[in-house]
Ligand binder design. Sequence first.
Ligand code: SF4
Ligand code: SF4
Length: 254
Amino acid sequence: MSKSCILFCNCGGGVITPEKLQQIKSSLDAFDADLYQLDDFCGIVLGRKDFIRAIDRQYERKIMVACYPRAIKNLLAQNDLELSGLEVLNFRELSVADIESKLRNDYSFTEGKAAETLIESGLDVPAWYPVIDQPLCIDCGKCFKFCLFGVYTFGDKQLKVVNPLACKNNCPACGRNCPTSAIIFPRLKEGGVLAGAEPGTEVKSKGLAADINMISTLNQRSALRRNIFRAGLVEQAEAERRKALEELKNSNKD
Ligand code: SF4
Ligand code: SF4
């Protein structure tokens, strides 16, 4: 088993600038490392499970340069995949210099010429779909009821993403309705919890599903603020759903 490799998700997906993407590429190229350039990690975990499993067997440690670690971890889990010894360097938040310095100092990569392999998802379009952070999901079924496109099932009151590619591009609507911030859209440009950042002070586990009530009991003012905020999110979600429906109608006309 080889020691380490670098996996770089090239999707960028608009979540970092094309210039930054290019700078990271050039910088990774100058490390003496096995470097896997992934065209779209969200798609690769759907269509190239063989590749992920081979990498898992081949390397002890995998350093991935991609988006939020929470998104990456849950993308793998949702697709029944594992990458043991995985460390994620978040290109949304780290500068190119930070990434370089971590690779050199924390993971002991040295200068050289990378041995590059390009891995493609094989999908026609960039993959956009909801990724569920399972420990946060309370199986309330709200997202299932909200989505009109058959992305989810809710048999035995258990939520599953069964048809990810039916999700409408750039529609994160169900995620805005999730009471526990359990839904992630890794490609969401605006970033934040819905894109995979750590929820921080928001609801942290299934056991805290009742926290909304608890907050309103203990601190009515902050609960009120939260509800006002939620109301805005629900309106936004409704608008996004209408837009997705409109786009679907238009594409059926073509
Ligand atoms: S984002 Fe929109 S299309 Fe995708 S699962 Fe949620 S509601 Fe359905
Ligand atoms: S809305 Fe959120 S908590 Fe409810 S089932 Fe969907 S992902 Fe889980």
